[in-house]
Design a binder for this molecule. Structure first.
Ligand SMILES: Nc1ncnc2c1ncn2[C@@H]1O[C@H](COP(=O)(O)OP(=O)(O)OP(=O)(O)O)[C@@H](O)[C@H]1O
Ligand SMILES: [Mg+2]
Length: 337
């Protein structure tokens, strides 16, 4: 543990929070979950520990997700989450406060943006810098954003899916929808409830999506057993679901993501559109690991699709790279300290 704190990068995601410390790399990667004692308000656990409590807490404990759709839903617990995770990796110092770069969705309101700044200041930052998530995702995916040619990045996260066309270091067109991996989990829960009259938990739904889910009804037909509770008898029950079931469950949401991509292509100036046709689309974010999602987008748009290396870490890698040029980022106004 160094006494001298270094500049810090944070990817404050709906599902996961990732923290990078300059010179040390990614030091935190944990679910964005906080467990709180409802009576006293005390924070009992954050991250992995808190996620394990989700859905199996007694009445007095609530495990909550402080971020929703990429924005802060609960200020106090977001602060507790950041502070707790930072304190695990950095020694608190009376004399030194780090500069912190935090990624933000490109389509958030001023109020939502100020909430992020405020929470990061309160977590102990000396200065807060904001960086657009899609830009971070592109840089972290290895795209040379400053070139005079169009590239398209699609960041598929837990709460949101964002798409941007970049050229000459700037965002030319961008769109975002509140459909990400967590919406797919909900779709799966709903589908299984309707088809089998069995209710399953969010954790199980996510597991099913990761294990056997696919964006196109694949030739490979996988099966999986899932435990839930029968709605009629009230008793625990194990059912078998197939890739086809899961594909059917997720279909509408996947087509919503596709609509956003097509709409963005329509809004893209023709020259840049040609560049994208030629160079392809890059996918980042955890949901880009969904089986066949690249194939689905490729088949539906006719454009080549590539998945970034370790796509779930693209944003934090981009933020980390920006730490080296911190002065070039947008510094937040300090009035909101
Ligand atoms: N192998 C996989 N297959 C399908 N989905 C996956 C896989 N691995 C992770 N995911 C999903 O990716 C999502 C999390 O992605 P990520 O960590 O990029 O989100 P986030 O940055 O926290 O959210 P956002 O950027 O929307 O605020 C979760 O919904 C998770 O279930
Ligand atoms: Mg993200």
């Amino acid at each position: 543990m160094g006494i001298i704190s270094k500049d810090i990068g944070i990817d404050l995601g709906t599902s996961n929070i990732r923290i990078h410390i300059k010179g040390r790399g990614i030091v935190v990667e944990e679910p964005a979950v906080v467990a709180i004692n409802k009576v006293t308000g005390e924070v009992l656990a954050v991250g992995n520990q808190a996620k394990e409590m989700l859905g199996r807490t007694p009445d007095t404990i609530i495990a909550l997700k402080p971020l929703k759709d990429g924005v802060i839903a609960d200020f106090g617990s977001t602060r507790a989450l950041i502070q707790n995770l930072i304190s695990r990796v950095i020694q608190k110092s009376l004399f030194y406060k780090p500069r912190i770069v935090v990624s933000i969705p490109s389509k958030i309101t001023d109020v939502e943006e100020r909430a992020v700044e405020g929470v990061v200041y309160k977590s102990g930052a000396k200065e807060v810098y904001l960086m657009e998530e899609v830009m971070a995702a592109a840089i972290g995916s290895g795209i040379k954003v400053e070139k005079p040619e169009g590239t398209m990045i699609i960041d598929l996260g837990g709460g949101t899916s964002e798409v941007a066309v970049l050229s000459l270091g700037g965002i030319v067109v961008s769109n975002a929808i509140k459909v990400g991996g967590e919406k797919l989990d909900k779709d799966i829960i709903e589908y299984i409830r309707r088809k089998f009259s069995v209710i399953i938990g969010e954790g199980e739904a996510e597991e099913v999506k990761i294990q056997i889910g696919a964006a196109t009804s694949a030739m490979t037909e996988d099966k999986m057993n899932v435990k839930g509770r029968n709605l009629i008898t009230g008793l625990p029950e194990t059912i078998t679901v197939t890739t086809q079931d899961i594909n059917e469950a997720m279909k509408d949401s996947l087509f919503e993501i596709l609509r956003m991509i097509k709409q963005t292509l329509e809004q893209t100036p023709p020259e840049l559109g040609c560049d994208i046709m030629e160079r392809g689309i890059t996918l980042s974010g955890g949901l880009s690991m969904l089986k066949n999602i690249d194939r689905f987008i490729n088949e539906q748009t006719g454009i080549p699709v590539f998945i970034a290396d370790e796509p779930e870490k693209a944003v934090i890698r981009g933020v980390a790279m920006a730490l080296d040029n911190i002065e070039m980022l947008r510094k937040s106004t300090k009035t909101r300290k």
